[in-house]
Structures are given as structure tokens and as C-alpha cells.
Design a protein around this ligand. Structure first.
Ligand code: G16
Length: 448
């Protein structure tokens, strides 16, 4: 491992989270080399099947970059390997070789039996080419087949100004330069096409956003009805959200659709895990990341249905359910598959975007960021701030003054910022609450 001089570990604390490793690009060279090593091992672990490595920081600004490993079937890396990768990334140079050997033994990875295959791509950030070569140096230690796809997408261009789901969601307005007319039906995806949001302008020229919460409610309500129509009483339907879910979406799902709602920490991997606990697990983040998971039990049940015992109406519903399952990408949130799901359900329901939007009214909400996430810790699926001490109590005291007020703060997993979320009964109140909570975060974090 002579390359270690070039990729020297300087003591930076690296954590492989839901967005992979993501931070200032200048800190990532050493970690990229180690990602290359682990990606190759992952491929050998899968008997030489192709593993992906994507270098991107999605919506983060230009100076950041990041990397994610993708399993052969497109899945996210499993938790145990995430932990191992975090450990390997934080291992001093002189211990790296032994740590890798220990890991190979522990996981029974047959490094002499299979040739690893790695597909690698990168986005258009200036730092990406150098970081990609560091990953390739790591992979090359294992004499792998490398398929370098080079420049693949340009998320940082897409998501910041020109268009993009993050921009539309955070600014609650159409992409810059886009003139919306009444009757237009629009959707925005993000740079890696795993988020989708719909929007339109109504007859009063008001911008209306149909975000991940609206998609989740549309999908779960539709699927719940089919389950009812087919009398599948033992089939469970659940909705998984995060703290960002609009309060009215949660209330609608619980009270009108009568679907259990679970809240997890931010990050699709947490939602995905929870969704597996239901026969039909619908999960969406407000930002448009999400999909639906269908259990094997449900799939078996619908295979064994006696068609002759069903009415024509039920046969149609069964057919729809089978097609919906076929259409869904259960591996990971997929903007294009989600778009087709939404379009199909709107068609089958006979809904316009306005009908869909009218299922419930979003509570006005704001998202802001304040610098320095280091001293913020949270609990209860990020809805309660544990430290700095006293901050949560201060937030509670402020929230009490707002009608339907709710606010939480959490450290971002992708940028060095504290994210602040606030919702309240009116736009003005949502603005004021967000501002007050931002001030509180500044006050409490400055003290430290
Ligand atoms: C990633 C994750 C998402 C998460 C988002 C924001 O998205 O995959 O699940 O919602 O980061 O995370 P945070 O608020 O912690 O910065 P992406 O599109 O950036 O890969």
C-alpha cells in the first residue's frame, strides 16, 4: 500500500451516513482511496458482481463532494458494512493493512477466488476527477475490472439555481426563469433522480407544491382502498415519514385514511427499514425521496386469489394492484417510477393536480439553516433536541405562542449546518417562528 503516502489519513473524523461520505472536497482524498478498497471487497463478497461507486454531493454546494457505494442490485450499503467502512476510513495509515485483513477474515471474503468489478461515475464538480482517481487507486489494489463511466450527472448545477427538486421545495417557487401558466402540470426531480415533486399554479396565480407528503398520502390512500375492496383484512398498510412531514399530512393519514404513521430520523435508509414492517409500506420524505415496499406475504396472497371468487370490480382492482407492484421500484426511491405511479393513480382516481392538492391543506412551513451542527444532538426521531441543554425548552416556550405551531432543529447529515424547520397556521406565523427558532439556535450554540 505505497499509495498511502499520497492518501495519508490526517485524523479527520469520517462518518458514512445516509448520503455516504459527504463533506469539503479537500478532506476527501484519503477517504476515497479507502472507499475504493472497500468497494472492491464488497464486489468480491458478492462473488465478483458489479458494485457501483458514485462521486457526488447531490444538492450540496460546489466546495463539497461525496461518495456512495451502491450494491449490485442498486441497494444502499447494509448497516454492518457502513460501520466497517466508517472504521476503515478512520484507521491510521500504519494500521490500515491489518484492519483490512481482519475485515476480510471476519466477513470470509474470498479475495483469491473472485475478481472484483466496479462501475464508477462522478458529477461535474471540479474536485470529482481527482477524487475518482483516488477511488480507482484503491480498487486497483485488488486487480479489479474497473468500468469508468466518467461524468454522469451535474447535480450541483441542477439543484441550486437552473431547476431541481431541492430548489422548488425549499423556495416554494418554480425553477428560476420558468413561467408557469394556469393548467401547466409540472414535476421536478433532483440531480440523481431519486426525488420528485409536482407543482402547478392555480386560478388565483398561487404556486401550489405537491411534495413527498402529498405523494405519500395519494399512494397510501389508493392502496388502502384496494386492500379494502379485495377484503384483505390481514394485510397491513403503513406510512413512514420524518419530522419534516407536514403536520396536516400526518393528521390526514391518521384520521381520514386511518393508516398508522411512523416517524423516523431523516435519511431514506431509516424509512426503508421501517417500511419493511408492513405488507404495504409507503415511505416518503417531504423532499420527494421515497417509494412503496410490498411484502412477500402480500405478493403470495395475490398470486393465490381464486379469480372466480371475485366480482368483476374486484378482478379489476386485483389487476391494478399487480400492475402497481410491477411499476414500483422497491429497491430505492426512483423519481421516474414514482412519476408513473402518481400519473397512474391520478388517472385511475380521475384527479386533477388541484383535486389531489385539495385532499388536505399544507400548514405553511419554512426550512432554514444556521451554521455549526457540532454541538446539536437530538432524540425521538430528531423531533427533540437533547443538547445544548435548555434549547428544546426554549423552543417549546416559543412554539406555544403560535397557532398549530411546530418546530424542530437537527444537525444536517450532508452539510455542516443545523437545519431548522417551522410550521404554523399562517405564512406570517411560519416566518416568525422560523426566525425566532434560528435566533435561539444561534444564541445557544454561541455559548459553547
Ligand atoms: C440525502 C439523503 C436524504 C436526506 C437529504 C437531506 O439526500 O439521501 O434522505 O433527506 O440528504 O439530508 P440532511 O438534511 O441531513 O442534509 P441527497 O439527495 O442529498 O442524497
Amino acid at each position: 500500500m505505497n499509495a498511502l503516502n499520497k492518501y495519508h489519513y490526517d485524523g479527520t473524523n469520517y462518518i458514512y451516513g445516509t448520503a455516504g461520505f459527504r463533506m469539503k472536497a479537500e478532506l476527501l482524498l484519503c477517504v476515497m482511496y479507502r472507499v475504493g478498497l472497500v468497494a472492491a471487497l464488497r464486489s468480491v463478497y458478492y462473488q465478483g458482481k458489479c458494485v457501483g461507486v458514485m462521486i457526488t454531493a447531490s444538492h450540496n454546494s460546489e466546495e463539497d463532494n461525496g461518495v456512495k457505494i451502491v450494491d449490485p442490485l442498486g441497494d444502499m450499503l447494509e448497516q454492518e458494512w457502513e460501520n466497517a467502512l466508517t472504521k476503515i476510513a478512520n484507521t491510521p495509515d500504519e494500521l490500515l493493512k491489518q484492519t483490512i485483513i481482519d475485515f476480510v477474515i471476519e466477513k470470509k471474503i474470498g479475495i483469491n477466488q473472485f475478481t472484483p468489478s466496479i462501475a464508477i461515475g462522478h458529477d461535474s464538480r471540479k474536485s470529482s476527477i481527482l477524487l475518482s482517481s483516488a477511488v480507482k487507486d484503491g480498487i486497483s489494489i485488488f486487480k479489479a475490472n474497473i468500468y469508468d463511466y466518467g461524468l454522469l450527472t451535474t447535480p450541483q448545477l441542477i439543484t441550486r439555481d437552473i431547476c431541481g427538486a431541492d430548489y422548488v421545495k425549499l423556495h416554494q417557487q418554480p425553477p428560476r426563469g420558468m413561467l408557469l401558466k394556469e393548467g401547466d402540470r409540472c414535476a421536478s426531480i433532483d440531480g440523481d433522480a431519486d426525488r420528485i415533486l409536482y407543482f402547478y399554479i392555480n386560478k388565483n396565480q398561487k404556486f401550489c407544491l405537491l411534495d413527498g407528503d402529498k405523494i405519500a398520502v395519494l399512494l397510501s390512500g389508493f392502496l388502502k382502498d384496494i386492500v379494502k375492496d379485495l377484503h384483505m383484512e390481514n394485510i397491513s398498510v403503513g406510512l413512514i415519514q420524518t419530522a419534516y412531514a407536514n403536520g396536516n399530512s400526518t393528521a390526514y393519514a391518521k384520521n381520514i385514511l386511518e393508516i398508522p404513521v411512523i416517524c423516523t430520523s431523516t435519511g431514506v435508509k431509516y424509512l426503508h427499514q421501517k417500511a419493511k414492517e408492513y405488507d404495504i409500506g409507503v415511505y416518503f420524505e417531504s423532499n420527494g425521496h421515497g417509494t412503496v415496499l410490498f411484502s412477500e406475504r402480500l405478493k403470495k396472497t395475490i398470486k393465490t386469489f381464486e379469480l372466480s371468487s371475485l366480482s368483476t370490480f374486484q378482478q379489476e382492482k386485483l389487476n391494478v394492484l399487480r400492475n402497481i407492484i410491477e411499476l414500483t421500484n422497491e429497491t430505492v426511491g426512483d423519481a421516474l417510477s414514482d412519476c408513473l405511479l402518481v400519473e397512474s393513480i391520478l388517472f385511475l382516481r380521475g384527479f386533477s393536480l388541484e383535486d389531489w392538492n385539495n385532499l388536505y391543506d399544507d400548514l405553511p412551513n419554512r426550512q432554514c439553516k444556521v451554521s455549526n451542527r457540532n454541538c446539536i444532538t437530538t432524540t425521538d426521531a430528531e423531533r427533540v433536541c437533547r443538547t445544548p441543554h435548555g434549547l428544546q425548552e426554549a423552543i417549546n416556550a416559543v412554539v406555544k405562542n403560535y397557532t398549530s405551531g411546530r418546530s424542530f432543529v437537527r444537525p444536517s447529515g450532508t452539510e455542516n449546518v443545523v437545519r431548522v424547520y417551522a410550521e404554523a397556521a399562517t405564512e406570517k406565523e411560519a416566518d416568525e417562528l422560523a426566525k425566532e427558532v434560528c435566533e435561539l439556535v444561534k444564541k445557544f450554540t454561541e455559548k459553547i
